[in-house]
Ligand binder design. Structure first.
Ligand SMILES: [Zn+2]
Length: 122
């Protein structure tokens, strides 16, 4: 099923983690059920850096409920970098970038090609 929304509680938690990690980036995987992102999956060994957040994909569990990756940027810019788009391409269909100051209005979602998509908050 196509992912069309994220649970408010899940988004809030991600924004909190982004704040806690600032000015470093953080990254986690997104788990969805019935088209709604419901959970963040923190992978041991995820690297947060100020350049680009990377997840070691050999750690990725075989789990089809994982739909993509969420990561934060240390600036208000939520445009994916070239490295981000490369990461998107190999890690699912829905990706979220959280921008400083990490509010409900400072994030954006993209497909695996880096095209903006709409996600509802529910
Ligand atoms: Zn990025």
């Amino acid at each position: 099923m196509k992912v069309y929304a994220i649970k408010r509680q899940t988004l809030k938690m991600a924004l909190e983690v982004a704040k806690d990690n600032y000015p470093k980036e953080f990254a986690a995987m997104l788990r969805a059920r019935d088209g709604v992102i419901i959970e963040l999956l923190f992978i041991p060994g995820s690297i947060g850096s100020d350049r680009s957040a990377m997840i070691p994909f050999y750690m990725k569990p075989v789990d089809f409920s994982i739909v993509g990756v969420i990561h934060s940027h240390p600036s208000p810019n939520t445009t994916p970098s070239q490295a981000d788009i490369a990461l998107f391409g190999r890690s699912g269909d829905v990706h979220i970038i959280l921008g400083y100051p990490y509010t409900e209005y400072s994030w954006a979602a993209y497909d695996r090609m880096g095209n903006p998509i709409k996600l509802k908050i529910i």
